[in-house]
Each structure stands twice: as C-alpha cells, then as structure tokens.
Ligand binder design. Structure first.
Ligand code: FAD
Ligand code: SF4
Ligand code: SF4
Length: 485
C-alpha cells in the first residue's frame, strides 16, 4: 500500500506535499513483502545501486535506525529521492513482484526511514576528514554539486560552492514545486553541509563574478555542476505575444513566492495564473509541475496540450493521475500551431494529431489530421518543451572546454575518470554533462566525481576510499552474512 493522498479538493488550495504521513505498520507491511531476491533487480534499477533488500529486511525486523543508516550509506539524500524519484521507471519498476500485486513501495520506505531519522536525531553530522590541505571549487549548488561537496568534505578538503541563485539547492528549490518536495526538506540538508564547514558563495555568477581560470587559480580542482537551463523555443505564429512564458521562469517565480519572497513579476500578474485560462504545452514532468502549480494559483481553467497520447508521453503516469484528480484537462494528440491576440495572447490554435508508423527510436510519429484546427481560450500560455545546455565555454570564458554535439560538457576522454573534462583538474557532473535527467543520476555523478577528484589529487586507489565513503558499511556485513538471500 502506498501512502494515502490528501483529497484533491484540499490539494488544490495549497502547496503542501500531497501524501499523508505513513504509519510504522504500513512500513513493516511493505518491507515484509520483499522476497529478498538472490539477484535484486530493484538494486540494478536504482542509479545509486542502493542496498534495497538489506534495508527492507532491517525495516521488517523493526531495526529502523540500522535500515536508515544502510540506506544513507549509498544515498546522500534518501528522503528526497524517496519523494521525487520516478520509482515506476527505476527501483520499483524493476521489482520482481511488480506483476499483479504491485511492487514493494521502495521509495515510500526510503522517505519514511530518513524522515524518522531526522525526527529522532539519528542523522549524524558530516565528519570532515583529516585535512588534505587543499581546496575544491564547485560551480552549482544543485544535487550534483551538493553530493560531491559532502563526499569531498569527508575526504578532508576545504569545499567552496558557487551558485548564481540566492539559495542553494538548484532545481530542488527553484524547479521542483513544493507540493512534490517541501523546501524545508532541502534546507535541512544544506544546513548540515554548512555545519560541516562547506562554504557557500551565493549570488555568485561564474562567467561574470569570476572566470573558470580565476577559480582554477584559487582552488586545486574544480567541479562544474551547472545543470541545463536553456529552454527549447516554440517558433510558431504569435510566439512573441505577451502572456506566453517559459516553464522554468514560471516555476522559479512560483517557488520564490511560496518561499515568502516578494516578486514583482508575480504581483503584476505576468507569472500568476489566478483567474486566468491557462494552456501548458508539453507532456513531460515539467509540464505536469506547471499545470498543477497553475491549479494551486487559482487558474480559471488549465489545459495541457500534448501531441502524442497518454501512453506515449514522457511524463510519469503518477503525476498525470495527480493532475487529473486536481482538475487539469488533457488535450491528447493535439499540437499548437499558432497563438491569437494583438499584443497579449487570447487563444491557442491547435490541430489534432494521429499516431503514424514508428520512427527509428521505436516511437510512433504524430501526424496532423486534416481540417481539425481548433482554438482554446487562453490568456496565459506556459511552454514546457524541455531544456538544453547553455554555452558554458563562452559563459565561463573557457573556449578550450570540450563539449558534445548537444552542448553538454564532454567527459571521460583523458584517462582520469569518466567525470574528468579535457581541462586539467576540471571535472563535470549532473545535467550539464549527461543532459537533462534526474536528481538521483545527478547525486550519483556528484559522488563519482568526488571520488575521482580525490583520486586525481592524491593518487589513491579506489579501495582506500571506502572507509569515508561508506559511513553505513558497519551495518552491511551482518546482513550479508545472514540467511534468506
Ligand atoms: P541543477 O539542479 O540544475 O543545479 C545547477 C545549479 O547550478 C543551479 O543552482 C544553478 O543556479 C547553478 N548555476 C548554473 N549556472 C551557473 C553559473 N554560471 N554560476 C553559478 N551557478 C550556476 N528530477 C527528478 O528526479 N524528479 C523530479 O520530480 C524532477 N522534477 C523536475 C521538475 C522540473 C521543473 C525540472 C526542471 C527538473 C526536474 N527534475 C526532476 C530534474 C532534476 O531537477 C535535475 O535532473 C537535477 O536537478 C540536476 O541536478 P544538477 O545538480 O545537475 O543541476
Ligand atoms: Fe528508488 Fe530512487 Fe531510492 Fe534508488 S534512490 S531506491 S531509484 S527511490
Ligand atoms: Fe525485494 Fe522486489 Fe528487490 Fe526482489 S526486486 S529484493 S522483491 S524489492
């Protein structure tokens, strides 16, 4: 059983998380359902290779503190992943008892254990390692940068994080809405990093306040973890009209307002859906976050326009279901062709689509249906068509920094490790190197980068990193020696 959701009518009126707290009983019931597979596919489905069956077993035995410690050994933010990983595509989607009965609700267990660990004081302070006498500069305080910072601090480095925003957290704070991830959950992680001595330089725009070379001169090694922020443009008639806004600007402003900031562009209505007819264009998770934010801001109507059908959309099914319950209307198989209005948008023109034969990726290609044009009344249009990497070499005044054909930073070609760029002592992790992805992937790359940076600086081999790298390792051995696996 998954945690119960709050009734949709309640959810529409606030930005609080939608799932009710779970009971100890529900946790035990779920944990006991695990078959303790000899080859745990759930673990292969988790990008962090979490020791899922072991912590499920500890939880089933009532050993919750040990279960928490084991889950924290491989994941620097288990309570965050438990809330926002698309588990149906990762750990739970790989669980062998998925068929018929539903998989073990791994994410909910992970969230429960770590929330309880914070409540009960089981979450230890980060123990900085014996000083290496060297410093590391991390550009970007999103999950990749934060995960790397924690590990590097444990290895004994002075860690400095630079971020252009006024708060650390990256997309955890300014992309993902509060109803999926309450911001005090992120703040508590940041404060733990600050207490460990990690120095945050906020409102610091690399490229303007310092170039990459200036930071290289200041630190022994650099990590670029700047994410992907360039919105894909929609070039159709009327795209220039007022009232058409990019998704991330809309979500960032909403998150600031929910955090209590005063934002003029919200107060003057530019980014406020109240009493407006809203159309969101796109079918990914960002589009789902926009439609559900617009509902909570009090929109008069919210339509989501997507050119394929529900089975072929990239967004999570659970999020579509949540949006439907909250009153969003989905226009499947509909593509925008233009906007109506003089200066301000008043309507979105769209055309019906049908799915044709599959393309080389195996996805059925949408084709227009002749004579099926229609218009939806709209005075706020939010475009959520995905993101690309910004031009980091130009921004950072580092023309030699190698990038891929997609503009992401190229890594892994100089024998130092798969997080190393072509510039000596400069590494990269997260969306800026892999393209727009997931928080859990950014955490993994941040940890990998930290290990490789440490190896680069000290010429240590992997095995000698384990004692600081696996704080929960003590809990691992007795379980491995146990029966039932
Ligand atoms: P980011 O989180 O983007 O952090 C990069 C940081 O670098 C930012 O703080 C930025 O301010 C800073 N920065 C950039 N340029 C500079 C510069 N020049 N100088 C200084 N600082 C700079 N993933 C999930 O797993 N689950 C979800 O539910 C989910 N929902 C999402 C919803 C939205 C709306 C979006 C946009 C993404 C979502 N994702 C989700 C994806 C996830 O947020 C990203 O994959 C993840 O945050 C990437 O982490 P990162 O550390 O690489 O980059
Ligand atoms: Fe599943 Fe994500 Fe947790 Fe891994 S980190 S076990 S994928 S919820
Ligand atoms: Fe348990 Fe499912 Fe993982 Fe098997 S695949 S160990 S049943 S959670």
């Amino acid at each position: 059983m998954r945690p119960e959701k709050r009734p949709a009518l309640d959810r529409q009126g606030d930005f609080a998380e939608i799932y009710q707290p779970w009971s100890h009983q529900a946790l035990a019931e779920q944990a006991e359902r695990c078959s303790q597979c000899g080859i745990p596919f759930c673990q292969s489905g988790c990008p962090l290779s979490n020791n899922i069956p072991d912590w499920l077993r500890l939880a089933a035995e009532g050993r919750e503190e040990e279960a928490y410690r084991l889950s924290a050994a491989t994941n620097p933010m288990p309570e965050i992943c438990g809330r926002i990983c698309p588990q149906d595509r990762l750990c739970e989607g790989s669980c062998v008892i998925d068929k018929g009965f539903g998989s073990v609700t791994i994410g909910a267990v992970e969230k429960y254990l770590t929330d309880k660990a914070f409540e009960n004081g089981w979450v230890d302070n980060i123990q900085a390692g014996k000083s290496q006498g060297k410093s590391v500069g991390i550009i970007g305080a999103g999950p990749a940068g934060l995960a790397a910072a924690e590990q590097l601090c444990r290895y004994g480095y002075f860690v400095h994080i630079y971020d252009r925003h006024d708060r650390a957290g990256g997309m955890l704070v300014y992309g993902i809405p509060e109803f999926k991830l309450e911001k005090q959950i992120v703040a508590r992680r940041i404060s733990r990093l600050e207490k460990a001595g990690i120095k945050f330089h906020l409102n610091f725009l690399v490229g303007q306040d310092a170039s990459l070379d200036q930071l290289r001169a200041k630190h022994d090694v650099i990590l670029i973890a700047t994410g992907t922020y360039k919105a894909r443009a929609l070039n159709i008639d009327g795209s220039h009209l007022d009232g058409i806004v990019p998704a991330l600007d809309y979500l960032t402003i909403s998150n600031k307002v929910v955090l209590g900031d005063k934002v003029d562009a919200y107060d003057d209505g530019t980014f406020n859906a109240k009493d407006r007819d809203v159309v969101v264009i796109g079918g990914g998770d960002t589009a789902m976050d926009c439609v559900r934010t617009a509902i909570r801001q009090g929109a008069a109507s919210v339509h989501c326009l997507y050119r394929r059908d529900m089975d072929n959309m990239p967004g999570s099914r659970a999020e579509v279901q949540n949006a439907l319950e909250e009153g969003v209307r989905f226009m499947w198989l509909s593509a925008p062709v233009g906007f109506e209005g003089d200066n301000k948008v008043t309507g979105t023109q769209a055309i019906k689509m049908e799915l044709g034969p599959a393309d080389q990726d195996g996805r059925r290609r949408p084709q227009e249906v002749d004579g099926s044009l229609f218009t939806i009344k709209s005075d706020l249009v939010i475009t959520a068509l995905g993101f690309e990497a910004e031009d980091i070499p130009s921004q950072f005044d580092a023309p030699d920094l190698a990038t891929t054909a997609w503009g992401t930073i190229e890594c892994g070609n100089n024998g130092v490790g798969d997080r190393a760029t072509n510039i000596e002592g400069v590494f990269a992790a997260g969306d800026i190197s892999r393209g727009p992805s997931l928080v859990v992937e950014a955490l993994k790359e941040g940890r990998d980068a930290a290990r490789q940076m440490h190896r680069y600086l000290t010429h240590t081999d992997d095995a000698s990193l384990d004692p600081v790298d696996e704080p929960g390792a003590d809990y691992f051995s007795p379980i491995k020696a146990g029966v039932g696996r």
